[in-house]
Write a protein that binds this ligand. Structure first.
Ligand code: ZN
Ligand code: ZN
Length: 172
């Protein structure tokens, strides 16, 4: 959803609440696509806080399906997004980019809610996801999910400490 901020910033003391839908279909990162299991509206509060200055406050609850690092089963991960941005349109866009870490969600006077949400998910995205701390992973020989059944390959080691060591190797 695109919200034009020029109306908010033109009236002193203006405050506007908007329930913005999240229109992203998936969360895409580094060539992977993570589907949403759940997404709420973004509860946005836009306020005029000074001459050509807008404050954006927002909250959203979403969950993404992310594969377990060991067995690749999808795990539902909840994100409680809460953000707070002060935008000063008196600065030119280059200075704004320096001040905030990311301003690609602002173009001209338009706020792109989906890009803002994307950035917030990116900040919270977990380094590693496990379906269970004791997940046994998949057999490297035959691909069997060892949480669901056993296979006859020798490689399987039931010791979870070994799984952890395998993870370390996988990370390299
Ligand atoms: Zn797993
Ligand atoms: Zn096997």
């Amino acid at each position: 959803m695109i919200i034009n901020l020029s109306e908010i910033m033109s009236v002193k003391g203006n405050v506007k609440h908007i329930q913005a839908p999240i229109e992203l279909k998936n969360f895409c990162m580094e060539g992977m696509e993570y589907p949403f299991a759940n997404k709420s509206y973004v509860e946005l509060t836009l306020s005029h806080v000074g001459e050509r200055q807008v404050r954006i406050e927002g909250e959203a609850k979403i969950s993404l399906l992310i594969p377990c690092n060991r067995c690749l089963e999808e795990v539902e991960n909840e994100f409680e997004l809460k953000f707070f941005k002060d935008l000063d349109f008196n600065l030119d866009s280059e200075d704004r980019i320096k001040e905030l870490d990311e301003t690609n969600y602002i173009s001209g006077y338009n706020l792109d809610v989906d890009l803002l949400v994307y950035d917030e998910i990116l900040i919270d995205f977990p380094m590693k996801v496990l379906c269970d701390v004791n997940c046994k992973g998949i057999c490297r020989e035959c691909g069997t999910n060892l949480n669901k059944s056993n296979c006859s390959c020798k490689e399987a080691d039931p010791d979870p400490r070994m799984s952890r060591i395998r993870d370390i190797f996988n990370n390299f």
